[in-house]
Design a protein around this ligand. Structure first.
Ligand code: SAM
Length: 228
């Protein structure tokens, strides 16, 4: 039954033109669709993973931005102080940027690269990029020894190991400010604010785990709002 074709004939000569055109069009659409779906999934994966990853680590610390009141309380409890400031797990950079605006040389360490890039953009847009720096780093691998003002908005599970780490690293003129969750063993110099916006300040006598002989104690200057 098979028809013998002339020697120089091709598939084009025997298949109807319409069929081959439609076939290749469908193939092209298929490739395009696969590319679009694949690309979208890759973008989704690379954007969402850095936000989910912190929750899967040993110390689960998700991105929860500080409230405006909380930031105000941090700046209040640091009133009268200056120099360097670090926000441990700086999120979208709001504490670092607010601190830079009132004169601190502020730095943020953050695991999520998207948040770090966004923070840098915000600092640039708000004109404080010289005094607000951001680094993509794991807080457990960075030494905070050089900072005299340390801010942490953490979670209860991490406060004990962080207490130990900071106790070993910080200098006697350092002040640590904990937002929302206090340190378990340190006794605060003072606290400020209410409810979820409460912040606690800790001075060198809280770090005496390692520095037994230190006697320096800086007081909070918010005497009318001290809470004990
Ligand atoms: C509760 S949020 C606080 C954000 C910011 N400090 C604020 O107050 O707006 C904690 C941040 O720490 C980051 N983080 C979690 N684990 C981290 C780690 N191991 N090293 C550095 N940053 C981390 C999270 O991505 C998140 O942005």
């Amino acid at each position: 039954m098979s028809e013998i074709l002339p020697e120089d004939s091709t598939a084009q000569d025997i298949l109807p033109l319409k069929v081959t055109d439609e076939g290749s069009k469908r193939r092209n659409w298929g490739i395009l669709l696969t590319g679009v779906i694949g690309g979208t999934l890759m973008v989704l994966y690379s954007v969402t993973t850095p936000f989910i990853a912190p929750a899967l680590r040993k110390h689960c610390l998700p991105f929860v931005p500080a409230t405006s009141k909380q930031i105000e309380n941090v700046l209040n409890i640091l009133k009268g102080r200056n120099g360097s400031l670090v926000d441990i797990g700086s999120g979208d950079g709001r504490i670092v940027i607010a601190a830079a605006k009132v004169g601190f040389k502020a730095v943020g360490y953050e695991l999520n690269p998207w948040l770090v890039w966004y923070s840098r953009y915000r600092a640039w847009r708000e004109g404080v990029h010289q005094d607000a720096r951001f680094y993509i780093s794991d807080l457990w691998k960075v030494s905070f020894a050089q900072y005299t003002n340390v801010v942490i908005f953490g979670v209860p599970q991490m406060m004990l190991p962080l207490e130990k780490k900071l106790g070993e690293e910080l200098q006697i003129d350092a002040r640590v400010v904990a937002c929302r969750f206090p340190f378990p063993h340190w006794s605060p110099t003072c606290s400020f604010g209410e409810g979820i916006d409460t912040v606690w300040a800790y001075d060198s006598d809280s770090f005496k785990m390692k520095k037994e002989n230190d006697t320096v104690k800086s007081k909070c200057i918010l005497s009318h709002q001290l809470k004990f």
